[in-house]
Ligand binder design. Structure first.
Ligand SMILES: [Cu+2]
Length: 369
């Protein structure tokens, strides 16, 4: 009897899991709320699989239940009471074991292969290069010489080519509402694509276990209307080459008239250099050229900090600078010896590092709101 109870419990548990996990209405990182073609291919495939295999599973449950609860055949003198019954016959084994699975699985295989093929499209045009690091994302727009981190700005309605790589271990780039997972491998460039159909903030997540802070290795894709995207491009790039004057955006945060001469250094900038931050971080237009951590040239434009772990507010930025290890234990940024006053100066300085003005896509389409 205990085997029976076990089977019953498993059946109930399966149903319960389905009901409970299906209930959450929020769309953050939901593959079932596709906002672009590759993600839709995944979602459609999922629904088809769910429907077909759901029916199949229910049928198997029903037959199992029938086997468990039907009245046992009366014990008679007849040695083979079930010989003529359908259940227990070779016919059933052929039908249920070979014919039905073939009829169901072969079309599913063809369909899923077609879905996979449709995701293999490689657009040319706007290319974004993303490099996974433990535990943040380096983001480059190679054609526009833009460097940023943990946030991708993309134009709505246009296919974007993504070139992915890794700086240390294997990571996996995944924005569930926009496309399927793509591995990021050290020493090899993998290519995928996305197209955001409507403006919004789409959250992505590293999908390949990569060490201590893997779970806090997230990012956001901000999809904005094309005109605004072009505006952002014009303001944001190119970074990393100060004297060209092409980058209007990084305002040297200093007193009046200090823009060109840079004569008066912001106390926060001074503290930034004094405390060795420049060894790991780059800020366009300054001598900070570090590559170990995220480029901070447009930090104030980021919605989130530390790979979508904290909202980018003054308070959270302060907390992060003061003790990053308490927020992401093991993170590759050491705590600093700077005083609170120096830290607030740095916060003031960093919060002025804006490139382009970007109206964050909001309203109803913001999945994080
Ligand atoms: Cu990772």
């Amino acid at each position: 009897m205990s085997v029976l109870n076990c089977i019953k419990t498993v059946m109930v548990a399966c149903l319960a899991i389905g009901v409970v996990t299906g209930c959450r209405g929020d769309r953050v990182q939901s593959t079932l709320h596709a906002a672009g073609p590759p993600a839709r291919a995944v979602a459609d495939l999922w629904w088809v699989m769910f429907a077909v295999l759901g029916i199949y599973t229910l049928a198997v449950f029903a037959i199992t239940g029938y086997g468990i609860w039907r009245k046992p055949p009366a014990a008679t003198d007849d040695q083979t009471p079930e010989k003529n019954e359908f259940f227990g016959s070779t016919k059933l084994i052929l039908l249920g074991g070979i014919i039905l699975p073939t009829l169901i699985l072969v079309p599913l295989l063809i369909y899923s292969s077609a879905a996979t093929a449709s995701m293999r499209y490689r657009p040319s045009g706007l290319t974004i290069r993303v490099i996974g690091h433990r535990w943040w994302w380096e983001v480059q727009y190679p054609d526009h010489h833009i460097e940023t981190a943990n946030q991708l700005v993309v134009p709505v309605g246009q296919p974007v080519r993504l070139e992915l790589a890794a700086g240390d271990v294997i990571h996996s780039f995944w924005v569930p509402q926009l496309h399927g997972k793509t591995d990021m491998l050290p020493g090899k460039v993998t290519v995928t694509w996305l197209l955001a159909e409507r403006p919004g903030i789409y959250r992505g997540q590293c999908a390949e276990y990569c060490g201590l802070q893997h779970a806090l290795m997230a990012f956001e894709v901000l999809a904005v209307p094309p005109a605004e995207f072009v505006q952002w491009l014009n303001h944001a790039g190119p970074t990393g080459q100060r004297p060209t004057g092409q980058r209007q955006a990084v305002q040297q945060p200093a007193g009046e008239g200090a823009l060109e001469t840079n004569a008066v250094q912001h106390p926060g900038e001074a503290a930034f250099f004094r405390h060795g931050c420049a060894a790991c971080h780059a800020i366009a237009g300054t001598a900070a050229l570090g590559r170990m951590g995220p480029d901070l040239s447009d930090l104030a434009d980021r919605r989130m900090l530390a790979a979508a772990t904290l909202l980018n507010t003054r308070e959270d930025l302060f907390r992060w600078l003061k003790d990053p290890q308490s927020i992401k234990p093991g993170v590759k940024m050491p705590a600093t010896l700077a005083s609170d006053e120096e830290l607030w100066d740095m916060v003031d300085y960093l919060m002025e590092l804006k490139s382009g003005k970007l109206t964050l896509p909001g309203g109803t389409s913001d999945p994080n709101s």
